[in-house]
Design a protein around this ligand. Structure first.
Ligand code: PEP
Length: 222
């Protein structure tokens, strides 16, 4: 079995009580996660502490990721979470999601600074790109290919097409792990992860529902 990274992206959703309920429900739908699958749960900053405590207390094999971090180190940056703070609570971080590029004006220059900060704090980086011509900074751990038209639309890329874009991304960037994001569900996950260049998926909407996310994982290794 090839190693897979499955990273759920909760985006800007869930209160603390909702997150804890999600975790309980998720565990009732999935008995175990095979060792070759890394499941990263990327949640808002406000949920990291509570989820970290909950996951540590029962040893469930989920790892936590943030969805953003400051391009600056600690200091006079009101409202920002530095990489060092994020790494206190999470092991991974998403950088360059298309929603941040579009809605928050994050340029390649800003994203490069975020990658530098994340790397120096020891965070593992999932770097999102919408195609195979977008630049990828050195030192990222995972690239997520996410065609913008497929995010949150219910329309996913054709697996063979995603595979060929991701083959190009691997050749250009030398990053060994490339995952696909864009309307991934339990019904289509196997068609993606069975492609040779696809090393996992980044589901957004589907990760919000614990039963659907558990089903997605089961179909990924089914
Ligand atoms: C995402 O959050 O990056 C994403 C791909 O969302 P969705 O699975 O809902 O399309």
């Amino acid at each position: 079995m090839k190693p897979l990274v499955i990273a759920g992206n909760w985006k800007s959703n869930k209160t603390t009580a909702e997150a804890l309920r999600w975790l309980q429900d998720f565990k009732s739908h999935i008995v175990s996660i095979p060792k070759y699958i890394t499941v990263v749960l990327c949640v808002p900053f406000t949920l990291l502490y509570t989820l970290k405590e909950a996951i540590q207390s029962d040893g469930f094999p989920l790892v936590l990721g943030a969805q953003n971090l400051s391009p600056f180190a600690d200091g006079a940056q009101t409202g920002e979470e530095s990489a060092r703070m994020v790494h206190d609570l999470a092991d991974w971080v998403i950088i360059g999601h298309s929603e941040r590029r579009k809605n928050f004006g994050e340029t390649d220059g800003i994203l490069r600074k975020k990658v530098e900060q994340a790397k120096s704090a020891g965070l593992k980086i999932i770097y999102c790109v919408p195609n195979d011509s977008t630049g990828i900074p050195n030192d990222v751990d995972v690239v997520a290919y996410e065609p913008v038209w497929a995010i949150g639309t219910g329309e996913s890329d054709i697996p063979e097409n995603a595979n060929s874009v991701m083959t190009n991304i691997k050749a250009k960037s030398q990053v060994p792990t490339v995952i696909y994001g864009g309307s991934v569900t339990a019904a289509n996950v196997a068609s993606f992860v069975s492609q040779p260049a696809i090393d996992g998926v980044l589901p957004g909407g589907e990760s919000l529902d614990p039963e659907k996310f558990a089903a997605l994982l089961i179909h990924a290794y089914g």
